[in-house]
Design a protein around this ligand. Structure first.
Ligand SMILES: [Zn+2]
Length: 349
C-alpha cells in the first residue's frame, strides 16, 4: 500500500506531538515521581509469565545524601559518584518515589521494579545551585538537581523526585530561595523539617525541641504559605526520651503534626503493612561505596544494593498494581493488618 508524502508528513507530525505529550505527562515534570505505570495494571498471570516475581513484602530503602563536591569525602558524595548511583539504581530496576508515596503503602510503579527514596539533608548549595550566564539564570549541571535533571531526561521512567530536609541555609543562595523551593515543589519534590539549628534533640528540653521544630515552619510559611514539611528529619539521629513531641506539638501559634519521622540507622526497612515495619521513625542508608577489604561503607547504599543482588528474595518487587499487596502466598502471615492501606488487599501466588 503506497501512501502520499503528505500522509507520511502528517503521521510524523502527529507522532512527534504524541511523543511531546507523553514527555509532558511522564517526563521530569511528572508529579507522581514514579515511572510509567499503565492505567490498567497488568494481571498477575501476565506478570508471572514475564518471569517477574512480585514481592511487596520485601524491603525498601531510603538513601541519605548531604554535600556534593568534586571529591568524595565523609558526608560528601562526588558528582561522579552521584551520577554512578543514579545509573546503578536505574539499571538494577529501582525507581524514584517520594517519601509520602513510599509510606502510603500503595506503590504505583511498574511491575518488576523497586521503589527507592533519595533524601538530601542540610539544604546545601551543592544540592541545588543556580548560575548566571550571559544574563540568563540556569540550574548548574554540576549540582545534585542538575545531575538528576539530565539523567531523568534520558531515562524518563526512572522518576524525578526525592525529599529535601531543609535547614536555615536554604541552599545558600539567598536570592534564589523562593525560586528553588517553587521549582522543587512544582516537580513533586517534598520537604522535610531538619530543625532550626541542627542540634541533637536528645540534649534539649521539651520546650526547646518544640521551638526547634516550629521555627522552620514559620519561616517556610513566610516564604510561601503553600509550602509544607511532610516530615521531621532528626539531626544526628538524636532521639529524645519522650518521642511524642516529635510527632505532634505546638510552639507559640505554630502547630505541627507528623505521621513519621526520618532518622538514620543504616538499614533498609519493611513496608508499613509488614509485621516488621520500623514504626514511626524511618531508617535510612548513607550514600557511600562499600569496600569489603577494609569494611568502609558497611551498611551504606552500595553495601545494601549489593546485598539485594545476592538476596533478591528480600527485596521489594512491585506487581504494578497499587491496590494489591502481592507476594508469594506463604508470606501472608507477615502482614500487619493495622498497616494495610484502605482499599488494598493481599494477593498471594
Ligand atoms: Zn543534617
Amino acid at each position: 500500500m503506497i501512501r502520499g508524502r503528505k500522509y507520511f508528513t502528517r503521521i510524523c507530525a502527529v507522532s512527534i506531538l504524541w511523543v511531546f505529550a507523553l514527555f509532558l505527562i511522564s517526563g521530569c515534570g511528572g508529579k507522581k515521581g514514579a515511572g510509567n505505570t499503565p492505567k490498567n495494571p497488568p494481571s498477575l498471570e501476565e506478570t508471572l509469565k514475564k518471569g517477574i516475581k512480585p514481592n511487596e513484602l520485601g524491603m525498601v530503602m531510603m538513601i541519605e545524601y548531604h554535600w556534593f563536591g568534586e571529591n568524595e569525602s565523609e558526608y560528601t558524595r562526588s558528582y561522579e559518584n552521584f551520577k554512578k548511583d543514579l545509573e546503578t539504581l536505574y539499571r538494577k530496576g529501582y525507581r524514584l518515589v517520594s517519601f509520602s508515596h513510599l509510606m502510603s503503602g500503595k506503590m504505583n510503579i511498574p511491575a518488576g521494579t523497586t521503589p527507592v527514596v533519595l533524601s538530601f539533608d542540610d539544604s546545601t548549595e551543592s544540592q541545588f545551585r543556580y548560575i548566571e550566564e550571559g544574563g540568563k539564570i540556569r540550574i548548574d549541571s554540576e549540582c545534585a538537581i542538575g545531575i538528576m535533571m539530565e539523567f531523568c531526561a534520558k531515562n524518563q521512567d526512572f522518576g524525578f523526585t526525592g525529599i529535601f530536609n531543609i535547614l536555615r541555609s536554604l541552599f545558600e543562595q539567598p536570592k534564589y530561595v523562593r525560586r528553588k523551593l517553587k521549582y522543587l515543589k512544582s516537580k513533586g519534590f517534598e520537604f522535610g523539617n531538619h530543625t532550626e539549628h541542627h542540634y541533637a534533640l536528645a540534649k534539649l528540653t521539651p520546650t526547646e525541641i518544640k521551638k526547634e521544630i516550629a521555627l522552620p515552619i514559620e519561616r517556610m510559611m513566610k516564604i510561601d504559605p503553600t509550602l509544607r514539611f511532610v516530615t521531621l528529619c532528626l539531626p544526628y539521629n538524636s532521639v529524645p526520651e519522650s518521642t511524642d513531641i516529635l510527632f505532634k506539638g505546638s510552639y507559640g501559634k505554630t502547630r505541627y503534626s507528623y505521621k513519621y519521622v526520618i532518622g538514620t540507622g543504616g538499614t533498609p526497612f519493611y513496608p508499613v503493612y509488614h509485621y516488621k515495619n520500623p514504626g514511626k521513625i524511618i531508617p535510612r542508608v548513607l550514600a557511600v561505596d562499600y569496600d569489603p577489604e577494609d569494611g568502609s561503607g558497611y551498611k551504606g547504599s552500595d553495601y545494601w544494593i549489593k546485598y539485594f543482588d545476592k538476596h533478591p528474595e528480600l527485596r521489594f518487587i512491585s506487581d504494578g498494581d497499587p491496590d494489591t499487596i502481592c507476594a508469594p502466598a506463604y508470606m501472608k502471615y507477615r502482614l500487619n493488618a493495622s498497616g494495610i492501606p484502605k482499599g488494598s488487599r493481599f494477593v498471594g501466588y
